[in-house]
Design a protein around this ligand. Structure first.
Ligand SMILES: NC(=O)C1=CN([C@@H]2O[C@H](COP(=O)(O)OP(=O)(O)OC[C@H]3O[C@@H](n4cnc5c(N)ncnc54)[C@H](O)[C@@H]3O)[C@@H](O)[C@H]2O)C=CC1
Ligand SMILES: O=C(CO)COP(=O)(O)O
Length: 299
């Protein structure tokens, strides 16, 4: 594996392209032409056997329908999110278009900005096909340590869920609720994430490591996180439209909160923090939400 095509030239696509260039020839494409190293047309990118997908979760299904035909590609899915309109996990969507054995999912704490700077990072390659995941692990540069796992659904849930808890983390910070509140929020968020994981057959250990706790601790406590910044904006009383316009980048927690709300109601799974985040995004006052969450009558 020494030639890779990255699809989606946003922050994560460009950071991964630069990381893979340490060992491979890399091209990159996106829906609008960009003046960046290795930019090619989508048709040319789809001729590559090894493809990295960084298209936001809410756009994936439509993109695959419009542009994709399977040609024995090995695909590394690097996006994190759950489809808002259906509650489908990314692996379910991709598996409609690509055989399971050709799919690997990237997870773990990794701000694009730090990867671009070559700072030490540890990530997990999750696939039902351990050999394919190991193949991907070999193309990462030395500053990125990689682990291989077969818990695809655990990684999917960890990567998507932490974005919603990161919004809650930003709200907590914006409302100046203190460090105690933040630690409680993050640890109860982890419990919630693992509870959902159990329902879908994920392994408990996945949530205790990079794909769960690791990514959650990072994102729910840092202004580098776009989702955290959405929470800060909500605490300041800005509308979601204003916040997303200012952000100018994707914040997957917004769509994923809606998906989790649907999953929680449909399957009767108790996900209190995620559901409060969804209600805040729908207009509930964050302070009211907080009182509801911290009320001792609720468990
Ligand atoms: N930025 C980061 O630190 C990390 C991001 N991710 C995940 O990677 C994914 C992408 O994030 P970023 O690149 O940071 O976002 P971004 O906002 O910087 O870029 C998104 C890219 O997707 C493209 N895009 C948006 N809608 C599209 C559509 N309908 N069809 C085709 N292309 C479309 C945009 O043109 C842009 O190139 C997200 O799922 C995010 O959660 C994962 C790990 C780290
Ligand atoms: O997934 C990420 C870090 O692991 C990026 O988080 P944000 O999308 O919130 O910036």
């Amino acid at each position: 594996m020494n030639k890779i095509a990255v699809i989606g030239a946003g922050k994560w696509g460009q950071a991964l392209a630069s990381a893979f260039r340490h060992k491979c020839n890399v091209v990159i494409t996106s829906r609008t032409k960009r003046d960046i190293e290795g930019f090619v047309s989508l048709d040319e990118a789809l001729e590559y056997e090894n493809i990295v997908m960084t298209i936001p979760a809410q756009a994936v299904r439509e993109w695959l329908h419009k542009h994709y035909g399977f040609k024995n590609h090995n695909i590394l899915v690097a996006s994190k999110g759950i489809e808002a309109s259906t509650g489908a996990f990314l692996n379910e969507i991709y598996e409609e278009f690509v055989p399971k054995s050709n799919l690997t999912y990237l997870s773990g704490p990794s701000f694009a900005k730090e990867v671009l700077l070559g700072l030490p990072t540890a990530l997990v390659l999750n696939s039902h096909n351990r050999m394919v995941a190991t193949g991907w692990s070999e193309v990462f540069p030395d500053f990125i340590k990689t682990y291989v796992s077969t818990d695809v659904i655990g990684a999917e849930i960890g990567g998507a869920y932490k974005n919603v808890i990161a919004i809650a983390g930003g709200i907590c910070e914006g409302l100046k609720l203190g460090e105690n509140a933040r630690a409680s929020l993050i640890s109860r968020g982890l419990v919630e994430m693992a509870r959902l994981g159990r329902e879908f057959g994920a392994k408990e250990e996945t949530f205790l490591s990079l794909s769960g706790a690791g990514d959650l601790f990072l994102t729910a406590s840092s202004k580098l996180s776009r989702n955290f910044r959405v929470g800060l904006g909500l605490a300041e009383g800005k509308t979601l439209d204003e916040i997303l316009k200012e952000l100018g980048e994707v914040a997957e927690g917004v769509g994923t909160a809606k998906a989790l709300y649907t999953i929680s109601k449909t399957n009767d799974i108790y996900l209190p923090i995620a559901n409060e985040v969804y209600e805040i995004l729908e207009g509930k006052d964050p302070m009211e939400s907080l009182k509801d969450l911290l009320n001792n009558r609720r468990r």
